[in-house]
Design a protein. Structure first.
Length: 287
């Protein structure tokens, strides 16, 4: 019985009521990180198993753009080039779906590990940046989801009517996942600029003065990332990011204004505090 107690504590997660000040030794921190990672990994594993069971439905969603292209008269089909390709694709799709589906669990585990060591103001700040980043990333992915069927429809339109396009399943899956990641990460660019301003590394006016360079960079990036040959889709995808950039400039300028006002008040209070002893010394001397 004496040996069971330490083993039970090894996998005990930290609770706020047990440790109000969130003070832990290095070993306790490492054990806490290990336990959180185990829970997150189990969540991803369970999500992967569920996605494996519903693989046919997930694969139908991924290949829906090809169905749209076929409905428009394009001869295109998915091809599994090797014997192991079907298993490899099923495993990759299941792992991706399990990772995304279990995101609430592993995000919570990360937050539960980090949050106790933060001050209330830091918690609020981290939570705000995290939620904003998650929302922006999802918006970018949604834009990519909207784009993929149009891109596949346009690109497969170049296949001659007498021919059939055989899409390698592995390359098609890489095309879809990379496109979603590119657009999701692109939407995080404005938040990164706000974060740099919050750290005091760049001012809002500096960001606004460089809007021409930023807009050119966004359009070049979208021209490279956009699989469609027409310029209108590039413009349509670049405009939201440009709007977010100008919004980030406005937020940064407001933050700079509040920071300057706060520093002016602190300087005035410091000057008043330094002037008070001098006035007190002059008064008795004159009397």
């Amino acid at each position: 019985m004496a040996e069971d107690t330490p083993k039970k504590k090894r996998f005990k997660l930290r609770k706020r009521k047990d440790n109000p000040e969130a003070r832990m030794s290095l070993g306790a921190h490492l054990r806490e990180a290990r336990n959180r990672l185990i829970i997150a990994a189990l969540g991803v594993l369970v999500g992967t198993i569920v996605a494996w069971i519903f693989y046919d439905q997930a694969f139908a969603v991924l290949t829906n753009p090809l169905e749209v292209a076929r409905a428009h008269g394009h001869n295109v089909t998915v091809n599994f080039g090797t014997v192991l390709s079907s298993f490899d694709i099923k495993l990759r799709v299941s792992m991706w779906a399990g990772f995304v589906g279990s995101a609430p669990l592993w995000i919570y585990q990360f937050w539960a590990f980090v949050a106790p060591g933060l001050l209330p103001k830091e918690k609020l700040l981290a939570l705000g940046y995290g939620l904003a980043g998650l929302a922006l990333f999802v918006c970018g992915c949604l834009l990519g989801i909207w784009l993929i069927p149009h891109a596949v429809d346009v690109l497969t339109g170049f296949i001659p009517t007498s021919s059939t396009g055989y899409m390698d399943a592995s390359q098609y899956l890489s095309f879809v996942t990379r496109l979603l990641l590119v657009f999701g990460l692109a939407f995080l660019f404005p938040e990164m600029m706000v974060g740099l301003n919050h750290l005091g590394l760049i001012k809002g006016k500096t960001m606004l003065r460089g809007w021409r360079i930023a807009v050119v960079f966004v359009f070049i990036f979208m021209a490279i990332a956009n699989p469609l040959p027409d310029p209108w889709s590039m413009i349509f995808m670049a405009l939201p990011i440009c709007a977010l950039y100008f919004g980030a400039c406005g937020i940064a300028m407001l933050r700079d204004k509040r920071r300057a006002k706060r520093m002016a008040e602190e300087d005035a209070a410091l000057d008043a505090a330094l002037a008070a002893p001098s006035a007190a010394q002059i008064g008795p001397a004159n009397s």
